[in-house]
Design a protein around this ligand. Structure first.
Ligand code: ATP
Ligand code: MG
Length: 337
């Protein structure tokens, strides 16, 4: 296929891990062209704008973006760029795969869980947050809608079908938060009936935390509301060895942005020390999203094989002696083999 995507290298280690990722994508021969645009500190310095209109236009035009980490300056009243992007494009699904890879310090080696988090409503609303004048009473509102619940649950089931997954678990707290969490659970039950080929179960969020730590292999796809999804997706990242290998996909109707979960890591920027795997795994998810599931799986397998057999080439955070570039080159070789 021939398709142009928006590429945002980003700040700190962003340009290095993006260069490695694009060389692997080229080696995979997936017919992608890149429209490289700027955001973050580099855009602020060059154009006086953290998120230039040209960047938003490019994402809207191509509908797919691969994005490096962006730094939002602290102070100065800047809204997080990532939050702005999410709102601007209504990126309602935050998809966070957690996969075991060899050669990490993870506690488990048999995990393959995708958390699908609702990313526009729930407990993370800007409105409904109040504080009494005397500072003694604070309230926060949780608001779920049928429409918002339905589109995230449907996304999880459709993704499960496309990726050949077997089970979807809806995580909730409907026993206590009866209205908001209850609505989400009811909608999940209804939609599950439309997918008889996918096993469906439901689990209360506190039990889910315990089960994830004790018997994580029972999980396949988890779908849940905003707050629970935020917490569970980091918990799952921890189970497979931390954020260094965690991709994050932000999906909406009109656009999808694929990124690494980690930040710009200015402490190691420009030194060739950054592990490109999280962004590479985001690229694999992007290939899945574009209907190239075989290529996505090939990329994941190449990362896995490189981590297992080319220990000299992996980056120091994984115990290797290699660099961002040597890691990328080793993966390119495996992709081409
Ligand atoms: P930001 O302010 O953009 O979040 P950060 O320094 O907080 O940047 P984090 O992702 O939170 O970045 O990373 C914390 C630390 O983890 C970094 O300082 C870095 O040492 C390490 N780290 C993060 N990402 C990587 C990576 N891809 N490869 C190697 N080390 C990393
Ligand atoms: Mg950080």
């Amino acid at each position: 296929m021939s398709k142009t995507i928006a590429v945002i290298p980003g700040d700190g280690i962003g340009p290095e891990i993006m260069a490695a990722t694009l060389s692997v994508l080229d080696a995979l021969d997936c017919g992608l062209s890149y429209d490289t645009v700027e955001a973050g500190m580099i855009a602020l310095e060059k154009h006086g704008d953290l998120l230039p209109k040209a960047t938003l236009d490019a994402i809207a035009k191509h509908q797919i973006a691969l994005k490096g980490p962006l730094t939002t300056p602290v102070g100065g009243g800047f809204t997080s760029i990532n939050v702005t992007l999410r709102r601007h494009f209504d990126l309602y699904a935050n998809v966070r795969p957690a996969i075991s890879f060899p050669g990490t310090k993870a506690r488990y080696n048999n995990i393959d869980i995708i958390t699908v988090r609702e990313n526009t409503e729930g407990a993370y609303l800007a409105e409904g947050q109040t504080m009494s004048e005397d500072g003694e009473v604070a309230t926060s509102m949780i608001r779920n809608t049928r429409k918002g619940s339905a589109r995230i649950v449907r996304y999880a089931f459709e993704m499960a079908v496309k990726k050949g997954r077997k089970k979807v678990t809806a995580v909730h707290k409907a026993n206590i938060i009866k209205t908001a969490s209850g609505l989400f659970l009811n909608v999940a039950r209804e939609i599950a009936k439309e997918y008889p080929q996918i096993e469906f179960n439901e689990m209360i969020v506190d039990n889910t935390c315990m089960q994830l730590v004790m018997r994580p292999e029972q999980f396949d796809v988890i779908v849940t509301t905003n707050l629970f999804g935020d917490i569970l997706s980091d918990l799952c990242a921890g189970l497979v060895g931390g954020l260094g290998l965690a991709p994050g996909d932000n999906i909406g109707e009109g656009a999808a942005i694929f990124e690494a979960v980690h930040g710009s890591a200015p402490d190691i920027a420009g030194k060739g020390l950054a592990n490109p795997c999280a962004l590479l795994l985001a690229a694999a998810d992007m290939l899945d999203h574009l209907g190239m599931v075989d290529k996505g799986n090939k990329l994941r397998q190449a990362i896995r094989d490189t981590m297992e057999h080319d220990r000299d080439h992996v980056t120091p955070d994984l115990g290797g002696k290699g660099s961002t570039q040597s890691f990328g080159e080793a993966i390119v070789k495996r992709v081409k083999a």
